[in-house]
Design a protein. Structure first.
Length: 120
């Protein structure tokens, strides 16, 4: 099963949403890593075999963070970031996407759906 690491900008309600669906979710704040730089956060996700969930758009930079090096990067791009819209988008994503294919993928989660990008 996929494991997630949620960045410090992810609402606790999203962490709970994922946990209620049976996912192993580690939260940066709960690990005492609030304020850690991005390279530290992504390194922890990789070391622990977790897909990163974040609002930070720069994690979508495939030159800096090539998806093939990670267990998945999920960037939320829903503005304004209303919790109801985010949870609905996550629900849709979890129903439609084969999570076995998350490793090595960059997923952009939008209100209208999601996009998946892989690097060669």
């Amino acid at each position: 099963m996929v494991k997630f690491l949620t960045d410090e900008n992810i609402f606790p309600a999203i962490v709970n949403f994922l946990r209620q669906r049976g996912f192993d979710v580690a939260d940066v704040r709960e690990k005492g890593l609030s304020g850690a730089d991005d390279d530290t956060v992504i390194a922890i996700a990789r070391k622990e075999g977790r897909a990163l969930v974040t609002f930070d758009r720069h994690f979508a930079d495939i030159l800096r963070y090539p998806p093939t090096k990670y267990y998945g990067i999920l960037v939320i791009r829903i503005h304004p970031p209303l919790l109801t819209k985010i949870l609905a988008a996550f629900e849709h994503f979890l129903q439609k996407f084969d999570l076995a294919k998350l490793k090595g993928a960059l997923v952009i989660l939008q209100e209208s759906g999601f996009r998946v990008r892989r690097t060669p």
